[in-house]
Design a binder for this molecule. Structure first.
Ligand code: HEM
Length: 474
């Protein structure tokens, strides 16, 4: 419509529009460069898709608060169609009663104070096992792999109430699914040309991965179904709660299927495993490069734990580690795990800052750009945990300069769990071990490049040599 006043943006090429501007290993950086030229609300044409890119806290507030009711839908992308059982997961379910009910369950079962209390022993037990296994390792360790395994084990125990013999198989399948769903899929930009998506072979690989994931989850869910036939569990895990909803129907328009349950579980697994591991890896890399930060964090952690009769890190101790928490907060600003949040789609036409946004426009919030905006942050390109000393900005979605978990109706439902996993594992690894880089690498030469995927991870995984300082007490 020629009468629309769209936000400014770069000139569009025929067919591909502005896709060429996204050919960058870190598209959030490329989009940030464009925003410097075209402003905090930009219009791009990505293939056939009209897209608005938002790069300032004020503009993000307009989308995620003032007009949150209009922008609470998600676009229909290829990966969640295949790996999310036709958009029946929480992250990509259309805005509506199905999404609302499942998200509520997810928050109640995983992230309330009560549920966090009841699962605390799981996190503490699993972190202890990690410390033991790291103590025994004779070789340098792949740091992020160990953390991924830790977070996977924690979420398995919380969701299935148990751990299983085929855990490694499941973990590898989850990793592969996350990697396949990562980044931009060509089919997402040319949806009407179905053959384009098939050209890359990605659809077939995702379908094969789903068969593997499904068969593992089916077996586990069947065990719960069989057990529930004999007696209803006294302590319900997430799978039990979802099966109860399936039996009772709840307020859902249609009965909950086993595929729906599996899609929710996959969301929970991907949310819980990948993000916390990446945050701890980035935090460790930054501390190795900034020894004074490492020293300050370790001194604090060791002081808090040193005063205890039983010297292991428990969650109640973490509340006393204000500097270590500041390191995590700064990592969420400087290396956001989900730099472009998850895309949204407008449900009706509206006006933002005088620009027209038509219905069904894709909206990308560049949180990476917001978190490095000099208008909101002093020296934004410096890693400095001390900036949070007198900083009241909170990450739960109220301060739009700092939204690592998103905001509004679509905010992450796993904030408390994700932060608890992150802080407890980082504090424990700092307490029990001293760390140095493997193979004589110098901290200043560390490759700090990131690869953009579903989450933003370190391109070169850290390989570290731990030196045990305080063994785990039995
Ligand atoms: C520290 C770790 C985590 C980070 C940084 C993170 C970040 C995010 C972000 C940025 C979003 C998109 C929000 C938006 O669109 O506004 C999101 C959504 C989501 N996250 Fe997380 N997340 C983390 C942990 C978790 C955990 C532990 C779970 C599961 C228990 C989880 C489950 C989800 C789900 C289901 C959604 C979709 C919500 C919706 O569309 O309504 N996340 N997360």
């Amino acid at each position: 419509n020629k009468n629309l006043v769209l936000p400014p943006g770069p000139p569009k090429l025929p067919l591909i529009g502005n896709m060429n501007r996204l050919l960058h290993p870190a598209p959030h950086r490329a989009l940030n460069d464009l925003a410097v030229e075209y402003g905090p609300i930009m219009h791009l044409k990505l293939g056939f898709i009209s897209t608005i890119v938002v790069s300032s806290a004020d503009a993000a507030r307009e989308i995620m608060k003032t007009h949150d009711n209009i922008f609470s839908n998600r676009p229909k992308l290829v990966a969640p169609r295949i790996l999310g059982y036709n958009y029946s997961d929480i992250a990509f379910a259309p805005y509506g009663s199905y999404w609302r009910q499942l998200k509520k369950i997810c928050v109640l079962e995983l992230s309330t104070v009560k549920s966090m209390d009841s699962t605390r022993f799981i996190r503490e037990e699993e972190v202890k096992l990690l410390v033991e296994s790291v103590s025994e390792s004779l070789e340098p360790i792949n740091f992020v792999e160990r953390l991924f395994a830790l977070n996977h084990d924690i979420i398995t125990w919380i969701t299935f109430g148990d751990k299983f013999d085929d855990e490694l198989r499941f973990r590898l399948a989850i990793r592969e699914g996350t990697a396949l769903a990562a980044g931009f899929q060509i089919g997402d930009f040319f949806p009407s040309l179905g053959f384009v998506a098939k050209l890359t072979g990605m659809n077939r690989r995702m379908e094969e991965c789903l068969v593997e994931l499904s068969s593992i989850m089916d077996k586990r869910i069947e065990r719960h179904v069989d057990r529930r036939k004999i007696e209803k569990p006294q302590r319900e895990c997430l799978v039990d709660v979802l099966l109860r909803l399936q039996e009772a129907g709840g307020d859902l328009d249609e009965p909950l299927t086993t595929d729906n349950i599996k899609s929710v579980l996959l969301d929970v697994f991907t949310g819980a495993s990948e993000n916390s591991s990446n945050i701890v890896e980035w935090a460790m890399a930054e501390m190795l490069r900034n020894p004074s930060v490492m020293e300050k964090a370790q001194t604090e952690v060791r002081q808090v734990i040193g005063e205890k009769v039983n010297p292991t890190v428990e969650e109640t101790d973490v509340t006393k580690m204000s500097y270590m928490k500041m390191v995590v907060k700064e990592t969420l600003r400087f290396h956001p795990p989900v730099p472009l949040l998850l895309p949204r789609e407008s449900m009706e036409r509206c006006k933002i800052n005088g620009y027209d946004i038509p219905s069904q426009t894709r909206v990308v919030i560049n949180y990476w750009a917001i978190a490095r905006d000099p208008a909101s942050w002093k020296d934004p390109n410096v890693f400095n945990p001390d900036r949070f000393q007198n900083e009241t900005k909170d990450y739960r979605g109220h301060d739009f300069e700092y939204i690592p978990f998103g905001a509004g109706r679509r905010v992450c439902p796993g904030i408390s769990l994700g932060m608890a996993n992150t802080e407890l594992s980082l504090a424990s690894l700092l307490y029990h071990f001293d760390w140095k880089l493997a193979s004589g690498e110098k901290p200043q030469d560390l490759d700090m490049n990131e690869t953009f995927g579903m989450t933003c991870y370190k391109t070169c995984s850290l390989r570290l040599v731990p030196t045990l300082r305080y063994p785990i007490s039995t």
